[in-house]
Design a protein around this ligand. Structure first.
Ligand SMILES: *Cc1c(COP(=O)(O)O)cnc(C)c1O
Length: 438
C-alpha cells in the first residue's frame, strides 16, 4: 500500500526534497562525515582485533590512564570515590560505566582480564584469586542440585577432589572418564549432564583430548564444554576456537610464568555468560587483587617467547630421556612415541613444557633421582621460567587416593618435569648427573 505513494508523481520524498532542502543537506553532510570518521579512524578503533598474537601479548588490555603511562598503573585501592550521590546511584544502577569497589571491578584487574580474553579469543574474562577459585566459580555458576558433570580422569588433583567432596555435598554428581577416548565420554552422558570439564593435556599423564570432537558431544546434549588450558596457554592452544564454551586457567603457571603469583581466570564467549559469571564471582568473592593482576599482565608480554622456549627445551630433554637406559618410558606430546601424537600435532602450535616419565626401578629410583638434581628444583607447581621437578603420587596427586591414581596411570615411579627456559645443555647435564646416582 505504502509503495504506491513512492511513485515519482507526487511522491512524499519529492515533497520533502522540495520543502526542506536545508534539513536534507544537513542530514546528507552528517552521513558523509560519519562515514569519513569510520573510514579514517575505524581501523585504529578496532586495532586490537587485527593484531597478531605476538603483538597482542605485548599490547592487549592497555587502557587510557592519567599521565600517559605505558603499562597499566596499579590501582591499589579497595573502593572508589563517587562525585555525588547521583553518580553513586547511577553507577549502582549500571547506567554509568565506572568503578565502585574492587571486589566488583578495578582498572588494573580489568586491563589484565581484557588482555587474557583477547589472547584466548574470548569475549571477556574474570580474574580469580587462584586457579581452583576459577574452577569452583565456574561450576557454581553453571550447576545446580541434580546436575551431572563429566570430567577428565587425568586432571589437576584438587579439581576432582572438589567434585568428589564439596560439590557432591550440594547434590552435584560427576563421572571421571578417560576423555581421550570419546566413546567413554558418550557412554556416561546423561540428560542431566550439564558440564563436560576437560583438561588437555591432562595432569600429569599428558593425555590429549580432541576438543572439537568433545565439543560436539557436549553441544548435542545441551551441555557446556569447559576446558582447563593451564598446561598449554593460549600461545599453544586456543580451546574457544575449537568450539569450547569456557576456558579456565591457573594463571599461577604459564600465564604469569614467574612463580611469584597465585591466580586464576575464566574466559567466556558472550556478554550474557559474562554477566551471570560476574554476579556469581561477586558472591563467591574469590577475586584477584590489583598487584597480582599487574604481575600477571607483565608476565603475558613474554608469553609467546616463553612458551616457544619451554617447548624447544622440553623437546630436547624428552628425546634425551627417551634414549637413556635408566628411563622406562617418557610421555611428551612432541615425541613420535606419544600415544596422542597425531591429535597433539593438530591441536597444539608447539608441544609445551611438561614432560612425565618413569625410571626403571619405580618409586625408589625416582626418589634417589629427585634428591640428586641441582639446577632443577624439587617443588610442585609448574609453568615458571625455572625448571621444577616433582613426584605426583606423593605430592600433587596424593589427595586423590591410590585407587584413582592407579586407574589414571599415575604410577609410583612417575616423575613430572616442568621444563624452564634455562640453557638446555645445563638442564640435560643436571638430569644426566642425577641419573648416574640412580
Ligand atoms: C595448578 C593448577 C590448577 C589450580 O590452580 P591454583 O592456581 O593452584 O589454584 C588447576 N588446573 C591445573 C591444570 C593446574 O596445574
Amino acid at each position: 500500500m505504502h509503495l504506491k505513494k513512492w511513485q515519482p508523481n507526487g511522491s512524499p520524498l519529492l515533497k520533502i526534497v522540495c520543502s526542506k532542502p536545508l534539513e536534507l543537506a544537513t542530514f546528507l553532510l552528517n552521513l558523509i562525515f560519519t562515514y569519513y570518521l569510520i573510514y579514517r579512524y575505524g581501523a585504529k578503533m578496532s586495532h586490537n582485533k587485527k593484531l597478531d598474537f605476538d603483538s597482542e601479548c605485548v599490547h592487549a588490555g592497555m587502557g587510557e590512564y592519567e599521565f600517559g603511562p605505558v603499562v597499566p598503573p596499579i590501582y591499589q585501592t579497595s573502593t572508589f570515590k563517587f562525585e555525588s550521590v547521583k553518580q553513586g546511584i547511577s553507577l549502582f544502577k549500571g547506567e554509568e560505566k565506572g568503578y565502585i569497589y574492587t571486589r566488583l571491578s578495578n582498572p588494573t584487574i580489568e586491563a589484565m582480564e581484557n588482555a587474557v580474553a583477547i589472547l584466548e579469543g574470548g569475549h571477556k574474562a574474570l580474574g580469580c584469586g587462584s586457579g581452583i577459585a576459577a574452577i569452583y566459580t565456574t561450576f557454581i555458576a553453571l550447576l545446580k542440585a541434580g546436575d551431572h558433570v563429566i570430567c577428565s580422569k587425568s586432571v589437576y588433583g584438587p579439581t576432582s577432589t572438589l567434585l568428589a567432596t564439596l560439590l557432591s555435598k550440594f547434590g552435584i554428581t560427576h563421572t571421571l572418564v578417560n576423555s581421550s577416548d570419546l566413546e567413554q565420554v558418550k557412554d556416561v552422558l546423561k540428560p542431566e549432564t550439564k558440564v563436560i570439564f576437560i583438561e588437555t593435556p591432562g595432569n600429569p599423564t599428558l593425555d590429549v583430548t580432541d576438543l572439537k570432537a568433545v565439543a560436539e558431544i557436549a553441544h548435542n546434549n545441551n551441555a557446556v564444554l569447559v576446558v582447563d588450558n593451564t598446561f598449554m596457554s593460549p600461545a599453544l592452544q586456543q580451546p574457544l576456537k575449537l568450539d569450547a564454551d569456557i576456558v579456565v586457567h591457573s594463571m599461577t603457571k604459564f600465564l604469569n610464568g614467574h612463580a611469584d603469583v597465585v591466580a586464576g581466570i575464566i574466559i567466556v564467549k558472550d556478554e550474557e555468560t559474562y554477566l551471570s559469571f560476574r554476579k556469581t564471582l561477586n558472591l563467591v568473592g574469590g577475586v584477584i587483587d590489583p598487584f597480582n593482576s599487574f604481575l600477571v599482565h607483565r608476565g603475558l608480554k613474554t608469553l609467546k617467547l616463553r612458551m616457544l622456549c619451554h617447548s624447544e627445551n622440553a623437546m630436547k630433554i624428552a628425546e634425551f630421556l627417551e634414549n637413556h637406559p635408566k628411563v622406562d618410558w617418557v610421555r611428551y606430546p612432541g615425541l613420535k612415541s606419544f600415544p596422542y601424537y597425531k591429535i597433539a600435532q593438530k591441536q597444539h602450535k608447539a608441544p609445551g613444557g611438561m614432560i612425565s616419565f618413569e625410571l626403571k626401578g619405580g618409586h625408589d629410583a625416582a626418589e634417589t633421582f629427585m634428591n640428586s638434581v641441582n639446577l632443577c628444583t624439587l617443588a610442585v607447581s609448574l609453568g615458571g621460567v625455572e625448571t621444577l621437578i616433582q613426584h605426583p603420587a606423593s605430592m600433587s596427586h596424593y589427595s586423590i587416593g591410590k585407587e584413582t591414581r592407579e586407574a589414571t596411570g599415575i604410577t609410583d615411579g612417575l616423575v613430572r618435569l616442568s621444563v624452564g627456559i634455562e640453557n638446555v645443555d645445563d638442564l640435560i647435564g643436571d638430569l644426566e648427573r642425577a641419573l648416574e646416582k640412580v
